[in-house]
Write a protein that binds this ligand. Sequence first.
Ligand SMILES: Cc1cc2nc3c(=O)[nH]c(=O)nc-3n(C[C@H](O)[C@H](O)[C@H](O)COP(=O)(O)OP(=O)(O)OC[C@H]3O[C@@H](n4cnc5c(N)ncnc54)[C@H](O)[C@@H]3O)c2cc1C
Length: 348
Amino acid sequence: MTDSDLILQHDVPLKHLNTMNLEAYADDFCVVKTQEDLFRASQAYKQMVQSGKRPHVFTLGEGSNTVFAAKNITSFIIKMEYKGVTTVKETAEHVFVQCNAGEMFRDVVIKFCQNNLSGLENLSAIYGTVGAAPVQNIGAYGQEVRNCIESVRVFDISTGSFEDYTNSQCQFGYRNSVFKYQNGEKIIVSVVFRLNKEFKPILTYANLANRVQSCGTQSFTPLFISDTVTKIRNEKLPDPKIMPNCGSFFKNPVVSMEEYGRLLQSYGDIPSYEDKDGVKISAGWLIEKCGLKGVKLNGVGFHDKQALVLVNYNSNDAGTLLDFVKQTVQTVSQKFGIELIMEPHIVR
Ligand SMILES: Cc1cc2nc3c(=O)[nH]c(=O)nc-3n(C[C@H](O)[C@H](O)[C@H](O)COP(=O)(O)OP(=O)(O)OC[C@H]3O[C@@H](n4cnc5c(N)ncnc54)[C@H](O)[C@@H]3O)c2cc1C
Protein backbone atom coordinates (compact mmCIF):
# COMPACT_ATOMS: atom_id res chain seq x y z
CA MET A 1 0.00 0.00 0.00
CA THR A 2 1.43 3.43 -0.96
CA ASP A 3 1.13 6.76 0.86
CA SER A 4 -1.44 7.96 -1.62
CA ASP A 5 -3.60 4.84 -1.02
CA LEU A 6 -3.53 5.74 2.67
CA ILE A 7 -4.76 9.27 2.28
CA LEU A 8 -6.42 9.86 -1.11
CA GLN A 9 -10.19 9.73 -1.47
CA HIS A 10 -12.23 10.23 -4.65
CA ASP A 11 -15.64 11.70 -5.55
CA VAL A 12 -16.04 13.16 -2.08
CA PRO A 13 -19.20 15.24 -1.49
CA LEU A 14 -18.41 18.83 -0.48
CA LYS A 15 -21.91 20.21 0.18
CA HIS A 16 -21.51 19.94 3.96
CA LEU A 17 -17.98 21.39 3.75
CA ASN A 18 -18.91 24.89 2.55
CA THR A 19 -21.12 27.41 4.35
CA MET A 20 -22.74 28.39 1.01
CA ASN A 21 -24.06 24.83 0.93
CA LEU A 22 -23.27 24.42 -2.76
CA GLU A 23 -23.35 20.90 -4.10
CA ALA A 24 -20.01 19.69 -5.47
CA TYR A 25 -17.78 16.60 -5.53
CA ALA A 26 -14.00 16.47 -5.27
CA ASP A 27 -12.21 14.20 -7.74
CA ASP A 28 -9.20 14.01 -5.37
CA PHE A 29 -9.51 14.76 -1.68
CA CYS A 30 -7.62 14.16 1.53
CA VAL A 31 -7.91 15.10 5.19
CA VAL A 32 -4.76 16.25 7.01
CA LYS A 33 -4.84 15.66 10.78
CA THR A 34 -1.13 15.19 11.54
CA GLN A 35 2.30 16.15 10.21
CA GLU A 36 2.61 12.61 8.76
CA ASP A 37 -0.62 13.24 6.82
CA LEU A 38 1.03 16.33 5.31
CA PHE A 39 3.92 14.20 3.99
CA ARG A 40 1.44 11.59 2.71
CA ALA A 41 -0.52 14.32 0.90
CA SER A 42 2.76 15.55 -0.58
CA GLN A 43 3.61 12.03 -1.78
CA ALA A 44 0.13 11.64 -3.28
CA TYR A 45 0.52 14.97 -5.07
CA LYS A 46 3.98 14.05 -6.39
CA GLN A 47 2.55 10.79 -7.75
CA MET A 48 -0.21 12.71 -9.53
CA VAL A 49 2.41 15.02 -11.05
CA GLN A 50 4.57 12.04 -12.12
CA SER A 51 1.57 10.44 -13.81
CA GLY A 52 1.10 13.59 -15.89
CA LYS A 53 -1.75 15.09 -13.88
CA ARG A 54 -0.85 18.35 -12.13
CA PRO A 55 -4.07 19.43 -10.43
CA HIS A 56 -4.44 22.80 -8.81
CA VAL A 57 -4.14 22.31 -5.03
CA PHE A 58 -6.81 23.89 -2.85
CA THR A 59 -6.48 23.84 0.94
CA LEU A 60 -9.91 23.83 2.53
CA GLY A 61 -10.62 24.99 6.08
CA GLU A 62 -14.22 25.38 7.16
CA GLY A 63 -15.31 26.46 3.66
CA SER A 64 -16.75 29.74 4.98
CA ASN A 65 -15.05 31.86 2.34
CA THR A 66 -15.18 29.44 -0.55
CA VAL A 67 -17.46 29.07 -3.54
CA PHE A 68 -17.35 25.71 -5.29
CA ALA A 69 -18.02 26.89 -8.82
CA ALA A 70 -18.54 23.50 -10.52
CA LYS A 71 -20.23 20.23 -9.69
CA ASN A 72 -17.01 18.32 -10.32
CA ILE A 73 -14.06 19.89 -8.59
CA THR A 74 -10.83 18.87 -10.32
CA SER A 75 -8.54 20.69 -7.86
CA PHE A 76 -6.84 18.43 -5.33
CA ILE A 77 -8.71 19.37 -2.13
CA ILE A 78 -6.70 19.16 1.08
CA LYS A 79 -8.99 19.50 4.08
CA MET A 80 -6.96 20.94 6.95
CA GLU A 81 -7.86 19.42 10.32
CA TYR A 82 -4.40 19.55 11.92
CA LYS A 83 -5.05 20.73 15.48
CA GLY A 84 -2.90 21.76 18.45
CA VAL A 85 -2.20 24.86 20.55
CA THR A 86 1.17 25.48 22.27
CA THR A 87 2.61 28.46 24.13
CA VAL A 88 6.04 28.98 22.60
CA LYS A 89 7.40 32.10 24.34
CA GLU A 90 6.55 34.64 27.01
CA THR A 91 7.98 38.12 27.60
CA ALA A 92 7.07 40.84 30.10
CA GLU A 93 4.42 42.17 27.70
CA HIS A 94 3.41 39.31 25.45
CA VAL A 95 2.57 35.63 25.23
CA PHE A 96 3.30 33.89 21.92
CA VAL A 97 0.98 31.00 21.11
CA GLN A 98 1.36 28.64 18.17
CA CYS A 99 -1.95 27.34 16.83
CA ASN A 100 -2.11 24.66 14.16
CA ALA A 101 -4.07 25.46 11.02
CA GLY A 102 -7.02 23.11 11.65
CA GLU A 103 -8.03 24.79 14.91
CA MET A 104 -11.23 26.82 14.68
CA PHE A 105 -10.22 30.48 14.93
CA ARG A 106 -13.27 31.38 17.07
CA ASP A 107 -12.37 28.64 19.60
CA VAL A 108 -8.79 29.83 20.09
CA VAL A 109 -9.96 33.45 20.44
CA ILE A 110 -12.29 32.43 23.29
CA LYS A 111 -9.47 30.49 24.98
CA PHE A 112 -7.15 33.51 24.78
CA CYS A 113 -9.84 35.80 26.23
CA GLN A 114 -10.57 33.36 29.05
CA ASN A 115 -6.85 33.53 29.90
CA ASN A 116 -6.93 37.36 29.83
CA LEU A 117 -4.74 37.45 26.74
CA SER A 118 -5.89 40.22 24.45
CA GLY A 119 -5.55 41.36 20.87
CA LEU A 120 -8.00 39.13 19.05
CA GLU A 121 -11.19 39.75 21.09
CA ASN A 122 -12.69 42.06 18.42
CA LEU A 123 -12.40 39.15 15.96
CA SER A 124 -14.61 36.88 18.08
CA ALA A 125 -17.12 34.57 16.44
CA ILE A 126 -15.60 34.82 12.96
CA TYR A 127 -16.08 31.60 11.05
CA GLY A 128 -13.17 29.57 9.75
CA THR A 129 -9.90 27.95 10.66
CA VAL A 130 -6.66 29.43 12.00
CA GLY A 131 -4.93 28.47 8.72
CA ALA A 132 -7.29 30.61 6.65
CA ALA A 133 -7.13 33.67 8.93
CA PRO A 134 -3.86 35.11 7.50
CA VAL A 135 -4.90 34.40 3.89
CA GLN A 136 -7.32 37.29 3.68
CA ASN A 137 -6.09 38.99 6.88
CA ILE A 138 -9.50 38.64 8.52
CA GLY A 139 -10.82 41.75 10.15
CA ALA A 140 -13.80 43.12 12.05
CA TYR A 141 -14.77 45.83 14.54
CA GLY A 142 -11.62 47.90 14.07
CA GLN A 143 -9.10 45.06 14.29
CA GLU A 144 -7.26 42.87 11.77
CA VAL A 145 -5.57 39.57 12.52
CA ARG A 146 -2.23 40.85 11.14
CA ASN A 147 -1.84 42.99 14.26
CA CYS A 148 -1.45 39.83 16.35
CA ILE A 149 0.46 37.58 13.94
CA GLU A 150 4.11 36.99 14.78
CA SER A 151 4.81 34.37 12.11
CA VAL A 152 3.20 31.83 9.80
CA ARG A 153 4.56 28.36 9.01
CA VAL A 154 3.96 27.06 5.50
CA PHE A 155 4.39 23.58 3.98
CA ASP A 156 5.22 23.32 0.29
CA ILE A 157 3.41 20.24 -0.98
CA SER A 158 5.52 20.00 -4.14
CA THR A 159 8.87 19.90 -2.26
CA GLY A 160 7.73 18.53 1.11
CA SER A 161 9.56 21.34 2.97
CA PHE A 162 8.58 23.94 5.59
CA GLU A 163 9.16 27.68 5.53
CA ASP A 164 8.51 30.37 8.17
CA TYR A 165 7.16 33.79 7.19
CA THR A 166 7.66 36.78 9.47
CA ASN A 167 4.77 39.22 9.79
CA SER A 168 6.28 41.58 7.20
CA GLN A 169 6.93 38.72 4.75
CA CYS A 170 3.19 37.97 4.87
CA GLN A 171 2.62 41.37 3.13
CA PHE A 172 -0.70 41.92 4.83
CA GLY A 173 -3.18 44.45 3.47
CA TYR A 174 -6.93 45.00 3.64
CA ARG A 175 -8.37 41.48 3.15
CA ASN A 176 -5.09 40.63 1.53
CA SER A 177 -1.76 38.87 2.01
CA VAL A 178 1.01 37.18 0.04
CA PHE A 179 -0.83 33.84 0.54
CA LYS A 180 -3.59 34.93 -1.82
CA TYR A 181 -1.18 35.04 -4.72
CA GLN A 182 0.80 31.86 -4.16
CA ASN A 183 -0.27 28.84 -6.10
CA GLY A 184 -2.13 26.33 -3.96
CA GLU A 185 1.03 24.31 -3.35
CA LYS A 186 1.78 26.36 -0.20
CA ILE A 187 -0.22 25.17 2.79
CA ILE A 188 -0.34 27.11 6.05
CA VAL A 189 0.28 24.61 8.87
CA SER A 190 0.45 26.92 11.89
CA VAL A 191 0.32 30.53 13.01
CA VAL A 192 2.13 32.08 16.00
CA PHE A 193 -0.08 34.75 17.60
CA ARG A 194 1.45 37.53 19.71
CA LEU A 195 -1.02 38.31 22.51
CA ASN A 196 -0.96 41.16 25.00
CA LYS A 197 -0.83 40.64 28.74
CA GLU A 198 -2.00 44.18 29.39
CA PHE A 199 -5.49 44.85 28.06
CA LYS A 200 -6.22 47.98 26.03
CA PRO A 201 -9.67 47.63 24.44
CA ILE A 202 -9.94 48.63 20.78
CA LEU A 203 -13.11 50.71 20.61
CA THR A 204 -12.62 52.59 17.36
CA TYR A 205 -15.73 51.01 15.84
CA ALA A 206 -18.69 53.15 16.92
CA ASN A 207 -21.24 50.33 17.15
CA LEU A 208 -19.02 48.35 19.53
CA ALA A 209 -17.96 51.41 21.56
CA ASN A 210 -21.60 52.47 22.10
CA ARG A 211 -22.66 48.99 23.15
CA VAL A 212 -19.76 48.61 25.56
CA GLN A 213 -20.29 52.06 27.08
CA SER A 214 -24.03 51.44 27.52
CA CYS A 215 -23.12 48.64 29.96
CA GLY A 216 -21.91 51.31 32.38
CA THR A 217 -18.75 49.47 33.45
CA GLN A 218 -15.19 50.74 33.09
CA SER A 219 -13.46 47.47 34.00
CA PHE A 220 -13.53 45.75 30.65
CA THR A 221 -11.96 42.35 30.17
CA PRO A 222 -11.09 40.67 26.85
CA LEU A 223 -13.90 38.19 27.52
CA PHE A 224 -16.42 40.99 28.01
CA ILE A 225 -15.46 42.55 24.67
CA SER A 226 -15.57 39.11 23.05
CA ASP A 227 -19.09 38.47 24.40
CA THR A 228 -20.26 41.90 23.26
CA VAL A 229 -18.85 41.41 19.75
CA THR A 230 -20.45 37.96 19.57
CA LYS A 231 -23.85 39.37 20.57
CA ILE A 232 -23.66 42.15 17.97
CA ARG A 233 -22.63 39.66 15.27
CA ASN A 234 -25.43 37.25 16.17
CA GLU A 235 -27.97 40.07 15.91
CA LYS A 236 -26.63 41.34 12.60
CA LEU A 237 -25.48 38.38 10.57
CA PRO A 238 -27.56 35.46 9.29
CA ASP A 239 -26.48 32.06 10.63
CA PRO A 240 -25.04 30.06 7.69
CA LYS A 241 -26.63 26.90 9.09
CA ILE A 242 -30.05 28.46 8.50
CA MET A 243 -29.25 30.81 5.61
CA PRO A 244 -26.14 29.54 3.80
CA ASN A 245 -23.69 32.39 3.21
CA CYS A 246 -20.00 33.42 3.27
CA GLY A 247 -20.32 36.59 5.36
CA SER A 248 -19.50 39.72 3.36
CA PHE A 249 -19.55 38.75 -0.29
CA PHE A 250 -17.67 41.80 -1.61
CA LYS A 251 -14.72 43.79 -0.31
CA ASN A 252 -15.36 47.41 0.57
CA PRO A 253 -13.82 49.23 -2.41
CA VAL A 254 -11.00 51.68 -1.74
CA VAL A 255 -11.10 54.74 -4.02
CA SER A 256 -8.76 57.71 -4.48
CA MET A 257 -9.55 61.05 -2.81
CA GLU A 258 -10.31 62.45 -6.26
CA GLU A 259 -12.79 59.66 -7.00
CA TYR A 260 -14.33 60.11 -3.56
CA GLY A 261 -14.82 63.83 -4.25
CA ARG A 262 -16.64 62.95 -7.49
CA LEU A 263 -18.93 60.50 -5.65
CA LEU A 264 -19.67 63.03 -2.90
CA GLN A 265 -21.03 65.49 -5.44
CA SER A 266 -23.86 63.09 -6.28
CA TYR A 267 -24.12 61.12 -3.03
CA GLY A 268 -23.43 63.29 0.00
CA ASP A 269 -24.48 60.52 2.41
CA ILE A 270 -22.03 57.86 1.14
CA PRO A 271 -20.59 55.95 4.15
CA SER A 272 -16.80 56.08 3.99
CA TYR A 273 -13.74 55.46 6.15
CA GLU A 274 -10.21 56.75 5.88
CA ASP A 275 -7.77 54.21 4.49
CA LYS A 276 -4.03 54.43 3.97
CA ASP A 277 -4.57 53.94 0.21
CA GLY A 278 -7.46 56.39 -0.13
CA VAL A 279 -11.07 56.21 1.04
CA LYS A 280 -12.92 52.99 1.80
CA ILE A 281 -16.55 52.95 0.65
CA SER A 282 -19.23 50.67 2.09
CA ALA A 283 -19.95 47.95 -0.52
CA GLY A 284 -23.22 47.15 1.30
CA TRP A 285 -24.37 50.74 0.83
CA LEU A 286 -23.55 50.63 -2.91
CA ILE A 287 -25.60 47.44 -3.28
CA GLU A 288 -28.47 48.88 -1.26
CA LYS A 289 -28.47 52.09 -3.33
CA CYS A 290 -28.85 49.94 -6.46
CA GLY A 291 -32.06 48.56 -4.94
CA LEU A 292 -30.60 45.08 -4.51
CA LYS A 293 -30.91 44.67 -0.73
CA GLY A 294 -33.33 41.81 -0.08
CA VAL A 295 -33.60 40.99 -3.79
CA LYS A 296 -33.79 37.25 -4.61
CA LEU A 297 -33.39 35.63 -7.99
CA ASN A 298 -33.46 31.89 -8.78
CA GLY A 299 -32.87 30.89 -5.15
CA VAL A 300 -30.03 33.32 -4.35
CA GLY A 301 -30.13 36.91 -3.16
CA PHE A 302 -28.95 39.61 -0.79
CA HIS A 303 -30.10 39.38 2.81
CA ASP A 304 -32.90 41.82 3.66
CA LYS A 305 -31.01 43.26 6.66
CA GLN A 306 -27.41 42.94 5.41
CA ALA A 307 -27.02 43.96 1.78
CA LEU A 308 -23.44 42.70 1.71
CA VAL A 309 -24.39 39.14 2.61
CA LEU A 310 -25.29 36.97 -0.35
CA VAL A 311 -27.52 34.09 0.74
CA ASN A 312 -27.99 30.80 -1.03
CA TYR A 313 -31.69 30.36 -0.18
CA ASN A 314 -32.26 27.19 -2.17
CA SER A 315 -29.97 26.92 -5.16
CA ASN A 316 -27.70 23.98 -5.75
CA ASP A 317 -26.20 25.61 -8.76
CA ALA A 318 -23.06 27.74 -8.48
CA GLY A 319 -23.71 29.00 -12.03
CA THR A 320 -26.93 30.71 -10.89
CA LEU A 321 -25.13 32.26 -7.95
CA LEU A 322 -22.23 33.51 -10.06
CA ASP A 323 -24.63 34.96 -12.69
CA PHE A 324 -26.33 36.93 -9.92
CA VAL A 325 -22.92 38.13 -8.71
CA LYS A 326 -21.97 39.21 -12.25
CA GLN A 327 -25.22 41.16 -12.65
CA THR A 328 -24.62 42.87 -9.29
CA VAL A 329 -21.09 43.89 -10.25
CA GLN A 330 -22.39 45.31 -13.56
CA THR A 331 -25.25 47.20 -11.88
CA VAL A 332 -22.95 48.80 -9.29
CA SER A 333 -20.36 49.63 -11.94
CA GLN A 334 -22.97 51.30 -14.19
CA LYS A 335 -24.38 53.40 -11.34
CA PHE A 336 -21.21 54.37 -9.48
CA GLY A 337 -18.29 53.56 -11.79
CA ILE A 338 -16.86 51.27 -9.05
CA GLU A 339 -15.87 47.64 -9.65
CA LEU A 340 -16.87 45.41 -6.74
CA ILE A 341 -14.39 42.64 -5.95
CA MET A 342 -15.54 39.31 -4.52
CA GLU A 343 -14.22 38.31 -1.12
CA PRO A 344 -14.76 34.50 -1.26
CA HIS A 345 -12.41 32.26 -3.20
CA ILE A 346 -13.67 30.52 -6.31
CA VAL A 347 -12.59 26.91 -6.76
CA ARG A 348 -13.20 24.61 -9.69
C1 LIG B 1 -21.27 34.41 8.73
C2 LIG B 1 -19.87 34.75 8.33
C3 LIG B 1 -19.28 35.90 8.81
C4 LIG B 1 -17.97 36.24 8.44
N1 LIG B 1 -17.42 37.37 8.96
C5 LIG B 1 -16.16 37.74 8.61
C6 LIG B 1 -15.56 38.91 9.16
O1 LIG B 1 -16.14 39.60 9.99
N2 LIG B 1 -14.32 39.23 8.76
C7 LIG B 1 -13.62 38.47 7.85
O2 LIG B 1 -12.48 38.82 7.53
N3 LIG B 1 -14.16 37.34 7.32
C8 LIG B 1 -15.41 36.97 7.67
N4 LIG B 1 -15.98 35.85 7.13
C9 LIG B 1 -15.23 35.08 6.12
C10 LIG B 1 -14.49 33.86 6.72
O3 LIG B 1 -14.94 33.58 8.01
C11 LIG B 1 -12.98 34.06 6.75
O4 LIG B 1 -12.49 34.38 5.49
C12 LIG B 1 -12.25 32.81 7.25
O5 LIG B 1 -10.89 33.09 7.46
C13 LIG B 1 -12.38 31.63 6.28
O6 LIG B 1 -11.90 30.48 6.95
P1 LIG B 1 -12.17 29.03 6.38
O7 LIG B 1 -11.37 28.08 7.18
O8 LIG B 1 -13.62 28.77 6.30
O9 LIG B 1 -11.55 29.19 4.92
P2 LIG B 1 -11.96 28.46 3.57
O10 LIG B 1 -13.23 29.03 3.05
O11 LIG B 1 -11.92 27.01 3.74
O12 LIG B 1 -10.75 28.94 2.64
C14 LIG B 1 -10.64 30.31 2.30
C15 LIG B 1 -9.33 30.56 1.55
O13 LIG B 1 -8.24 30.30 2.43
C16 LIG B 1 -7.42 29.27 1.90
N5 LIG B 1 -6.96 28.43 3.01
C17 LIG B 1 -7.72 27.87 3.98
N6 LIG B 1 -6.93 27.19 4.85
C18 LIG B 1 -5.67 27.31 4.39
C19 LIG B 1 -4.41 26.82 4.82
N7 LIG B 1 -4.28 26.07 5.91
N8 LIG B 1 -3.31 27.11 4.08
C20 LIG B 1 -3.40 27.88 2.97
N9 LIG B 1 -4.57 28.39 2.51
C21 LIG B 1 -5.68 28.10 3.21
C22 LIG B 1 -8.30 28.50 0.94
O14 LIG B 1 -7.52 27.80 -0.01
C23 LIG B 1 -9.12 29.62 0.37
O15 LIG B 1 -8.37 30.28 -0.63
C24 LIG B 1 -17.27 35.44 7.52
C25 LIG B 1 -17.87 34.26 7.04
C26 LIG B 1 -19.15 33.92 7.44
C27 LIG B 1 -19.77 32.66 6.93
